[in-house]
Design a protein around this ligand. Structure first.
Ligand code: C2E
Ligand code: MG
Ligand code: MG
Length: 749
């Protein structure tokens, strides 16, 4: 605003002039009052005129209130007043305007900043006064100070922030803090003016970032995300980035970016992820392992159960045939008997044993034997009713339990069993026929528990065997008596040896040629204090089945040979000693060694011993028998076949057996003088034997007639009551002595 106040009509007439002056002054006042700045006219250091704004600025209501005031009162103090004068007047006297910012003082003493513009009315004469335009800039000043402090704060924040902060305009750095430079490995100020491309790994990354970030910025949103940036040295750095446009409506104003290094966090996160993955893998592995273990465990449990079931089966069933065993039979029998007792019903117990089953086992092998048993088991089962039990006790022994069955029913079943067994069994190339022997016991007549009933049935079965096999027998009081005596003898026999109740009798064997005693047969005698004399025919089978035959047989051999040795020592002409050998002894593997030992103990020549073996013992297992006989033959011992003719000796075997003598059974000799058949048989045996190079002896010779016949047929020796009954050793010795003394005169054959 011009400082000079003039009016174009100032030089017209005096009245007009005054009127014009008043008008001009009014106009001037309007101008002054409507100005937004303070305007003052100072003359002789006094306020001459001012506008409303000026008066208000200095705290006065009206301009008139301040007129006449000393201009110095407008300043804070005298020094400030003079300082302005000194600064302003040199400029103003040159006709120029002085401009400065000056601190002024209001009426109430409050200081405020002003912008002054001063000019002299007449630079040539300062007395004409000066005009000043005063602008209150205190608010402006305060705002500027505020801005300054904000900026200072901002730079403080920028410079001390732990995060990188960068201002970008057109993707170029206008400003950034030290942290941002350090983050990316740059020196201070190095990034200023750089393109943001510098910290992207690739051109494409940089372009992608623009796509990604600037869209939200333009929408007034913040961009937030993770970026893989590049350090100055090229190494990658993971950053979390936040950005915001300074003015979203005008992106050219730039944007501010805050970046944080999260490489460590990323690493930790990755490690965490890896650890979690590892853990999951481990858990997976463990889970698999566990499920495998569980599976294995389940399998174990199944196996265990199977094993238990198997054990259960083994405990209750016969593994070969699958039939119940004795244990299960016991259960079933107890049950059946208690039911029978309540209902007053009968129960039948059948004991079944195969005849000569051992032959099948021994000659065809156990496998064939087993198959026979399995087949038989099937047949037995299919013969009986559902409620009946067929059990196997082992070997070829079966027990059948028939609830609610009386004697008639049992006989019927027994008949059916015999019939069922009779059908030939085909195993491989063998067609086999087995026959059973059956014993039957009945509840309640014969007993009321399994043990008693099975004993009775067993005894009845033995009777069936004794009566010719392949048949059945009911248990009877006679059988009971028989089995009781068997038991009695068995027990007594166990002590017979140690109690010296056994004795040997000797029966002479006479040469047909010379009539002299050429041998003796040792025959066992047992005299029990209460039972009296027990026949070997009765007790030898018991000894055989109770395991007593071996010790008794050995005792017989030792005693007989010791006796012979003693006789010879006493001067008797050496004779042979015939000793009966049980099949049990014959089958014993140690027999040949035992014989040699005993012979050595008695110091006798082996040819003096003659072992009598029954035809059946030799022929049941011909191959094994042959081997044993060969062995004994090689040891020099002689062998004879006892009771020859009663069995079914095969001639071909006889030839191959190392047999020395055949002993013709007394049953043929008995009727030899009358029975043409016996004559023929005995004649045939003798001629056959001589053709095979075997000697013959006839046993049971009681009459002169028998003797004559035998001699006529060429029999070598004879033995029997006709010469002497078996007698004790001393009697035998005397017999021989008498014979020698009589030189065969009175018993000349
Ligand atoms: P064995 O070996 O055939 O014996 C002949 C049997 O006929 C003897 O009966 C004997 O006394 C009898 N005896 C002899 N001469 C006559 C006669 O003229 N007429 C009649 N009727 N009988 C006659 P013993 O002594 O009772 O023996 C019976 C069977 O006992 C023997 O038959 C033999 O098999 C067996 N035995 C006897 N002692 C032993 C032995 O020490 N060991 C073995 N394993 N068995 C023996
Ligand atoms: Mg004999
Ligand atoms: Mg005999």
């Amino acid at each position: 605003m011009p400082a000079t106040i003039t009016h174009p009509e100032a030089h017209t007439g005096r009245r007009d002039t005054l009127a014009q002056l008043r008008l001009a002054l009014r106009e001037q006042q309007v101008v002054l009052d409507s100005a937004g700045v303070g305007i003052v006219f100072i003359k002789h250091r006094q306020v001459i005129r001012c506008n409303q704004r000026f008066a208000q600025m200095y705290g006065h209501a009206e301009a008139a209130d301040i007129l006449g005031s000393a201009s110095m009162s407008l300043y804070p103090d005298q020094a400030a007043f003079h300082a302005l004068g000194e600064a302003a007047y040199p400029v103003m006297i040159r006709g120029l305007a002085h401009k400065s910012e000056v601190l002024m003082k209001r009426r109430d003493g409050q200081l405020f900043w002003t912008h002054l513009t001063g000019k002299l009315v007449n630079p040539a004469d300062t007395d004409e006064g000066s005009i000043w335009i005063v602008d209150d800039i205190s608010e402006q000043k305060a705002a500027h100070a505020q801005l300054q402090s904000v900026l200072t704060e901002q730079s403080l924040i920028l410079d001390n922030a732990m995060v990188g902060i960068v201002f970008l305009r057109h993707r170029t750095v206008t400003r950034c803090n030290r942290s941002f430079e350090e983050l990316l490995g740059y020196d201070a100020g190095e990034l200023h003016g750089s393109s943001s491309r510098r910290w992207y790994m690739t051109e494409q990354n940089w372009l992608d970032a623009r796509q990604q970030c600037y869209a939200p910025l333009a929408a007034g949103l913040a961009y937030e995300g993770e970026m893989l940036l590049r350090r100055k040295d090229g190494s990658p750095i993971h950053c979390e980035v936040r950005a915001k446009a300074i003015d979203p409506t005008d992106l050219s104003q730039g944007s501010i970016w805050i970046s944080m290094d999260i490489t460590a966090r990323k690493k930790a996160e990755n490690e965490l992820l890896q650890a979690r993955a590892d853990l999951e893998e481990l858990v997976e592995l463990r889970t698999q392992e566990l499920s495998r273990t569980v599976l294995a465990l389940e399998k174990k449990v199944v196996e265990q159960k199977e094993a238990e079931a198997h054990i259960q089966r083994l405990a209750h069933f016969d593994p070969l045939t699958g039939l119940p065993n004795r244990l299960l039979l016991n259960d079933r029998c107890n049950h059946a008997l208690s039911v029978a007792q309540r209902g007053h019903q009968p129960v039948a117990l059948i004991f079944l044993d195969l005849d000569h089953f051992k032959n099948i086992n021994d000659s065809l092998g156990h496998r064939v034997g087993d198959e026979v048993l399995v087949e038989l088991a099937t047949r037995l089962k299919s013969t009986v009713r559902e409620q009946d039990t067929v059990s196997r006790l082992g070997g070829d022994e079966f027990i059948l339990l028939l609830p609610d069955t009386d004697a008639t029913g049992a006989a019927h079943v027994a008949q059916k069993l015999l019939h069922a067994a009779l059908l030939p069994i085909q195993i491989e190339q063998h067609e086999l026929t087995v026959t059973p022997s059956i014993g039957i016991a009945l509840y309640p007549k014969d007993g009321s528990d399994l043990e008693t009933l099975s004993k009775c049935a067993d005894a009845a079965m033995y009777r069936a065997k004794g009566d010719g096999r392949n048949s059945y027998r009911f248990f009877t009081p006679e059988i009971q008596a028989y089995s009781e005596r068997t038991l009695l003898l068995d027990n007594a026999l166990r002590r017979a040896l140690e109690r010296q109740q056994l004795e040997l009798y000797y029966q002479p064997q006479i040469s047909m040629e010379t009539g002299q005693t050429v041998g003796a047969e040792a025959l066992l005698r047992w005299t029990h204090p209460e039972l009296g004399a027990v026949s070997p025919v009765e007790f030898i089978p018991i000894a055989e089945s109770s395991g007593l035959m071996l010790p008794i047989g050995e005792w017989v051999l030792r005693t007989a040979l010791a006796q012979l040795a003693q006789w010879i020592e006493c001067g008797m002409t050496p004779i042979t000693m015939a000793v009966n050998l049980s099949a049990v002894q014959f089958r014993h593997a140690e027999l040949p060694q035992l014989i040699t030992r005993i012979l050595a103990d008695s110091a006798l020549a082996p040819e003096l011993l003659e072992l009598e073996l029954t035809e059946s013992a030799a022929m049941t297992h011909p191959l094994e028998a042959m081997a044993v006989m060969n062995d004994l033959h090689q040891r020099g011992v002689r062998m004879s076949i006892d009771d020859f003719g009663t069995g079914y000796s095969s001639l071909s075997y006889l030839k191959r057996f190392q047999v020395y003598k055949l002993k013709i059974d007394q049953s043929f000799v008995r009727d030899i003088t009358e029975d043409p058949d016996d004559k023929a048989i005995v004649g045939a045996i003798i001629s056959m034997a001589s053709s095979l190079g075997l000697k013959t002896i006839a046993e049971g010779v009681e009459t002169e007639g028998q003797l004559a016949f035998l001699r006529a047929r060429g029999c070598n020796e004879a033995q029997g009551y006709h010469f002497s009954r078996p007698m004790p050793a001393l009697a035998f010795e005397r017999f021989v002595q008498d014979q020698v003394a009589g030189s065969g005169a009175h018993r000349q054959p």
